[in-house]
Structure formats: structure tokens, C-alpha cells
Write a protein that binds this ligand. Sequence first.
Ligand code: UDX
Length: 439
Amino acid sequence: MAMIASQCPDYRVVVVDIDSARIKAWQSDRLPIYEPGLQELVQLSLNKNLFFSTDVAQGIREADIIFVSVNTPTKTFGQGAGRAADLQHWEKTAREIKANSTTDKIVVEKSTLPVRTAEAMERILHSGNKTVHFEVLSNPEFLAEGTAVRDLENPDRVLIGGHATESGRRAQAALVDIYAHWVPRDRILTTSVWSSELSKLAANAFLAQRISSINSLSALCERTEADVAEVARAIGMDARIGSRFLNASVGFGGSCFKKDILNLVYLCQHYGLKEVADYWEQVVTMNEYQEDRFVQKMISAMFNTVANKRIAVFGFAFKADTGDTRESPAIRVARFLADERVAVVVTDPEALSNARKDLADLGAKISYELDPYTAARGAHALAVMTDWAEYKTLDYRKIYESMVKPAFIFDGRNCLNHQDLYEMGFNVYPIGKVPLHHL
Ligand code: UDX
């Protein structure tokens, strides 16, 4: 919404949320999320044509276009628990929109939702009295965290799904007009609502599948002495495959990939497409295997016993340049280590407060340290979980001196200079490459 406000000065954008602390934070110099460039972007339009409010009813009443961006986490209870999307916030919002609308509205699905959810929203909106017309569009968001501002400014494509009716086309055109303020027309795609909804799930499933594919090969590389980075480079130069999203890692995290794949799996199961469901579910299974394999490698490298050893977890965010820890592989790894009675020290430049919440039930088994040097002091091993740029330039000689010997580094992101570290004395365990050890 901040991007729309800054690119479209002729539109008035009002962001409403029931959480007053968040609404307050959005208007301060400490936004509720960390995202490079976002603070500056919000400031550009704040109180000019970008407003924040807790008055949801008024926001609905006054709007011509409503972007619904409520969260749709995986259900934790009842039918479809662990796979289906929890749509209670979504349905509540639909009812709220209906209750407060006195003029026609375009309602845009921005949250990622299972295919055919727009239909459910339409049914709610059009139930009972029919004096107000609602046109529901699907406009999924493809930005990635950490690069959100750049992605919004220069998207590969904008997708707008609508109904092939007269009013559906008009609504689609109204939304195209907004994006066309800064996105070239040929990158704005209009499709049916269902294609748009499915494309969002499919895009995330394909991206995650690439990571699981290269991660599956990383296991084979570790057994055969092939180097996964070399393999990725060699296959990525085939224009049909492409080079991006082929970095082997401890696993993918983030709020989208796992959730959207499980959503897709649930949907396929619902339609009786067992083989299709099983195919996509394997992407998630492979990711969990990769996380568990990482810890098993740590244990076996450290003489099959890690109890009472100190291990510093470098990075807790699911990727660099964000404080977000949702589905971060670091969560599973830290829990696994805590189970093995490791003294786990977590360090991260942006994600410590989220890490504390994620691991709250583990109490004193985990400690938190902002400074990576302090975190590493007295440790037997470092486990790099996030590819923060600053981890590449730390003084590892100093870190090595402060650690218990033999000192280990497990690089879950293949982001450090392994040869240098080895020469300093570290035993280095990358992903999908031959380990460099002195033992
Ligand atoms: C993703 C999609 O990229 C985006 O289009 C969608 O809108 C939301 O979901 P995001 O979750 O922000 O975005 O992060 P992304 O950059 O896709 O990374 C996801 C995870 O995969 C991270 O944990 C990242 O470290 C990991 N990853 C990514 C790899 O392990 N290897 C890679 O080659 C790329």
C-alpha cells in the first residue's frame, strides 16, 4: 500500500488494522517489521495520501477498492489441520465488509488463499440484501521479504484475476489502472479468478521445488564428493533451467512456501488427486529431511556427542535482510540441539525478539546474544543458519581463538569462505560439498 500511495498521488490509501499498537508503529520511525527501504517509502506518503487507522468500519465505508490482506495461516485444529488454510480471519473480514458497505466496492484478495476462496467471499458479500454490488478480484503478491521494495517497484509481473462479466472486466481495468502508474502494461496479466489464485500457489510450489531438488542432490554430493555449487552452476547455465533459486541450503523457510504447498496438497486431496498431492508433498518432506540431516551431520562430526557442548547458532531469520523467523530452519535445528542437551546460543542482528518467542518454551536451554563474537566465545561449534552479509566479513581468526578446540563450523548457507576458515584451523562442514577437516 505504501508503494501504491507513493506511485499514485491521485489515490488516497488508508490502511486499517484492529491492532492499535501496529497502527501506531506504522506511523513511527520504528515500523513493526524490518524491511530495507520500507521506512523511507512509508515516510514519502505518510499523512499525505497514506493513512493508518484502527477504524475498520470507516475504512470500509469510505473505500472504493478494498485490499484484503489478513493472514491465512495453516489450520492447527479440526478438519485439514496442518494442511488447510485457516480462513476465519478472511471470513470475518468478508462479513465486516458487507456490514459496513453502503456503496459498491471492488474487493481484492491479496492474502494467499486456496483456489476458489473468492467464490466463498462472493457468496458472503452477496448474501441477504443486494443493494450494494461487490466485485471480487484476485491480485496475489509475489514480493519476497528483504527485497520487497525493489520487487514492488519492478515486479516481474502483476497478476489480476477477475470474472469474465461486464462488471468483472470493469473492476479488473480499475486495478490495472493503479498498477499501470509504474508497471509496464505488458507485465500486467489479467486472468480468471481461479487461474490467478492457483498461480500464486503454483509459483511458490515451483520455487520451493527447485530448492528441494538441489537440496536432495546436496545429500548425494556429500556422499560422492561432487560439489553441489558446481552442479548448480552447470545445470543453471542451461537457459531452460535458469540459474536462480538453486542455492543448496539447510532448507527453505518463510511464511509462504510450506504453507502454500500444504494448501496445494490439501486441495489436490480434496479433489481426489492423490498422486498430484503426494508429488508436491514430497517438496516439504525433502525440506524437513534436509534440516534433520544438517543436525545429524553436526552430531556425527562432533564425535557423536553434543550434550553439554556450546553451539552458537548464527542467524535465526529465515533469510537475510529480514527479522522474520516464520518457518525458519533455525527453529527446528535449535530445538533438535536443545533436545540433545546442547547449550544453544542464538545470535541474529534483527530476529532475536522473534527467536525468543519461537523458543520461549525452552527457557534457559537457549540463550540470546546480539554480538556474534560474544555468542561464539567458548563455543565448540558455529551453525550458520542465515546468510547475513555481515557474517561473511567477521574476524573469524578472532572467533577461532575464542572457541573450544577442535572448533567446527557448519555452514548451512554455503556463504562463508571455507578454504580460509579451514586454513585458520576450523573443521568446516558445508552443504553438498566435501568437508574440510583436520581430524
Ligand atoms: C517467497 C517467494 O519468493 C515470493 O515470490 C512469495 O511472494 C513469498 O514467498 P520469501 O518467503 O520472502 O518469498 O523468500 P525467498 O527469497 O523466496 O526465500 C525462501 C526461503 O528459501 C529462504 O529460507 C531462503 O533462504 C531459501 N532459499 C532461497 C534457498 O535455500 N535457496 C535458494 O536458492 C533460494
